[in-house]
Design a protein around this ligand. Structure first.
Ligand code: SF4
Length: 478
């Protein structure tokens, strides 16, 4: 098919799928779907960051998921209270693979669930007293905790509790930061506002309030890397090899001290723009700390990023950067030589959260694969604008895609691989389609950096070329 035919066909597919809806829903959903054509302005073509249509089975989560699950939960030496009834904390307990070092229960509390487990009486009389009691219990049982965060679930904001005043009182009493986070799930329209609220809590309660330190000439921070399957460690390794000194990671394998001293670096490197741009901007405006976006998925993007980062420092760093690129380009070429022939020409459809739908495209292209459809759960206009340059004409782009849409798009566009989340995985595998989880890395990873790319390539090959797919149909139905 020519590009024009492809675009026309995909436009027709979109119209057919929209026909499944009642008029009002159709009008709404049409604004969230487009086909890339002539490098148009994405934020004009795709409506984003708006309310989900009720009843259409969105894959989105809530502000609590964005604040507790994404930003705060990975901070390892802080205890995080899921404040409210037991469900939200229980379902978000240890299922995001933000790895952290340290002794579990001693100075690493990431795999724990702390909840105030609201009962009816807490809803009627309020949960503030219970919260105080829990904070006392926590510091008694876990004396090494360096701070306590309070992640509000829906009821807390609805019953008029004053977690801010509890936090102030308790911080004085226990002589540790106690951080109230107003991330009740009814706020906003997705995880995205939770990121913003969580960033603001770091701004209001931690940044600039720590012990401080001297800033070395090569000190950098990684912002917005949650260390899924060890991603941040793989990124740190590269930066250190080019001569930089990674003193902070936000927030994968992070500490309270790192959040307090985040501004005390020469440069902040931001991987997940969506979840952390607020704090990157704040540090620049308030403390003059510059920041730079980078992408450590796949050798092409890594190479571009290393050169961009090194250009911010002196010649000695640039020299080391070039040596590192030369060394690893040769290694990565070996990976490409093995996997590219097995994956060349394969088509991929993606649906992830707020960064990966554009950030992983280069890694697939390094393997000769083509992304024919992609979309975000909770991106904003600027994310779609950033995406356009990375996508080929004819790419189907969908925002807050519904269950029926993604199912129909996939069955009509027939990709060779779908990369999305756990809620999608088994639907497509039952359709006989190779699938890789692009949130949890399907319990594999890391995928970032030179350490990650060989694993990424192996995993994609393993999914696509698995003999299982030949056995999907019963022999007598073939
Ligand atoms: S929407 Fe409310 S109840 Fe549901 S997970 Fe989020 S905070 Fe919990």
């Amino acid at each position: 098919m020519s590009i024009k035919e492809t675009i026309d066909f995909r436009k027709q597919v979109v119209e057919e799928v929209l026909e499944l809806y009642p008029e009002k829903a159709k009008k709404n959903r049409r604004q969230h779907i487009t086909i890339k054509e002539n490098n148009e302005c994405a934020s004009c073509a795709v409506k984003s960051n708006s309310k989900t249509v009720p009843g259409l089975m969105t894959a989105r989560g809530c502000a609590y998921a964005g604040a507790k699950g994404v930003v705060w939960g990975p901070v390892r030496d802080c205890t995080h209270i899921s404040h409210g009834p037991v469900g939200c904390g229980y379902y978000s307990w240890a299922n995001r693979r933000n790895l952290a070092e340290g002794e579990i229960g001693v100075d690493n509390f990431v795999p724990f669930l702390f909840t105030s487990d609201f009962q009816e009486s807490d809803i009627i009389y309020g949960g503030d007293k219970k919260l105080e009691k829990i904070i006392h219990e926590i510091v008694g049982l876990f004396p090494n905790t360096k701070g306590v965060s309070i992640l509000s679930e829906c009821p807390v904001g609805l019953i008029g509790d004053d977690i801010e005043s509890v936090s102030r009182r308790m911080a004085e009493e226990i002589k540790l930061p106690v951080i109230p986070v107003r991330c009740e799930g009814f706020r906003g329209i997705s995880q995205s506002l939770g990121h913003h609220i969580a960033n603001d809590a770091i701004r209001d309660h931690l940044i600039g309030k720590g012990p401080g330190r001297e800033v070395g000439p090569y000190d950098v921070g990684i912002i917005g890397d949650y260390n899924i399957g060890g991603d941040a460690w793989a990124s740190k390794k590269i930066l250190e090899e080019i001569g930089l000194n990674v003193v902070n990671i936000w927030t994968g394998d992070s500490t309270i001290e790192m959040l307090q001293n985040g501004h005390l670096v020469k440069l902040n490197l931001i991987h997940c723009y969506r979840s952390m741009n607020y704090m990157a901007r704040h540090m620049e405006e308030t403390y003059g700390t510059p920041w730079l976006e980078f992408n450590f998925f796949g050798p092409t993007k890594i190479r571009e990023s290393i050169l961009k980062i090194a250009a911010m420092f002196d010649d000695s760093i640039m020299e080391k950067a070039k040596t590192v690129i030369e060394k690893y380009d040769a290694e990565m070429q070996k990976v490409i030589d093995i996997y590219r022939p097995r994956l060349e020409g394969k088509k991929v459809m993606l649906y992830v959260g707020g960064l990966r739908p554009r950030h992983v495209v280069g890694a697939y292209e390094d393997l000769g694969m083509e992304v024919i459809g992609t979309g975000y759960e909770f991106a904003h206009g600027e994310d779609y604008d950033k995406s356009m340059a990375n996508l080929k004409d004819g790419t189907l782009i969908y925002d807050d895609v519904t269950a029926i849409e993604i199912e129909e798009f996939v069955s009509k566009l027939k990709p060779d691989l779908v990369g999305s989340g756990i809620k999608e995985k088994y639907v497509f595998e039952k359709m006989g389609l190779p699938f890789r989880q692009m949130h949890s890395w399907d319990y594999s990873g890391p995928y970032h950096g030179y350490q990650g790319f060989p694993i990424f390539a192996r995993d994609m090959d393993m999914a696509i070329n698995s003999p299982t797919w030949k056995a999907v149909k019963a022999p007598w139905t073939k």
